[in-house]
Design a protein around this ligand. Structure first.
Ligand code: SF4
Length: 330
């Protein structure tokens, strides 16, 4: 059953269950609601890198931190198409294009992004963008260009947000998600663990996501990759057990959402990733880079899929584009 009225205490009761009970329940719910042999494979490219005015404490692309990231202007359309072809050949059904912007501005760069969206959409790939804050009109333009999903992570709980980002508010985040939904784009929104938050903050973030009027179609769960030069450079890596707890809880409270095992996957062994798939993760980022941080290469992932009996999910599965229905189905 899909519920949008979860209480924090109910989510906490799930989250704190003995881990094997939690994984068992999540695996059962996953099998009841989704084709568990399928994994949605996304490829994330940075179409504009570094020099960002925001102060997200985890991010190497913030201009104010000295992280050695080279600032790169907006990519050319042909280069994006090359990257999209490579991603498609590697098994990705979705291309996510990320720009290190505080917000979208109505200028020539945005026009170029719209061109990129149109061109990648024509390749029969799902196109996702993560470009910062967005007005409804801009969301509508992206939708008209063929955008399939918009990523805008909540990152952490409302209570903890100010300790991670001061240059915008939680409400700004929620407003953008509202604009994206209003434009009938699918929503991709999740967060990062290992920022120094409490377990209550993790539960708080899941509470907000699961009580949105409609669950996000995708929820990425990231483990912080601590980058030298950022305020969080000394954060300890989160354990796989913490990732499993987050993934399994997400799967139970949002049974039909695509749960993405995102940043931090490079540090996980194959058996650890297998446990995450068992606990309900059904999406990964593939390709050798996640914006600016390393990630496992496509062929390694396809080998892992073969061993685990998984297969990449085809683009637009169960959507209007494929079947004439409106909702994204797994
Ligand atoms: S808005 Fe995005 S690119 Fe800019 S600092 Fe925050 S996470 Fe990094």
């Amino acid at each position: 059953m899909i519920r949008n009225n979860w209480k924090k205490e109910e989510i906490a009761e799930i989250y704190y269950r003995p881990l094997l009970d939690l994984i068992h329940e999540a695996a059962t719910i996953h099998r009841d609601n989704n084709d568990y042999s399928e994994v949605q494979v996304s490829s994330l490219i940075s179409i504009k890198t570094g020099g960002c005015s925001e102060d997200c404490a985890y991010c190497p692309q913030a201009a104010r931190y000295n992280t050695g990231v080279d600032v790169q202007a907006l990519m050319k359309l042909d280069d994006v198409l090359d990257a999209a072809e490579k991603a498609k050949a590697g098994g990705a059904s979705r291309l996510c294009m990320g720009a290190a912007w505080r917000e979208v501005r109505d200028n020539r760069d945005f026009d170029r992004v719209l061109e990129m969206v149109r061109a990648v959409n024509e390749m029969d790939m799902e196109v996702c963008c993560t470009l910062g804050m967005l007005t409804f009109e801009q969301a509508q333009k992206l939708k008209d260009a063929g955008l399939y999903a918009y990523n805008h992570n909540l990152d952490t709980s409302e209570e903890n947000y100010k300790s991670i980002i001061t240059t915008r508010t939680y409400e700004d985040r929620l407003n953008t998600l509202h604009n994206v939904r209003k434009a009938k784009l699918t929503v991709c929104s999740g967060g990062i663990i290992g920022l120094g938050e409490t377990e209550e903050d993790r539960i708080g973030m899941l509470h907000t996501l699961s009580n949105l009027p409609q669950h996000p179609e995708s929820v990425p769960i990231n483990a912080l990759v601590a980058i030298k030069g950022t305020p969080l450079e000394d954060q300890q890596r989160v354990s796989v057990w913490e990732m499993l707890r987050m993934i399994a809880t997400t799967r139970i409270i949002m049974p039909r959402t695509v749960v993405r095992l995102s940043a931090g996957r490079l540090e996980m062994t194959m058996p650890e990733q297998a446990l995450c798939f068992m606990a309900g993760a059904n999406s990964i980022f593939a390709g050798d880079k996640l914006l600016t941080t390393p990630n496992p290469a496509f062929n390694e992932d396809m080998k892992m899929f073969e061993i685990l009996g998984l297969k990449p999910r085809r683009a637009f599965k169960g959507t209007e584009r494929e079947t004439g229905t409106m909702t994204e189905k797994v």
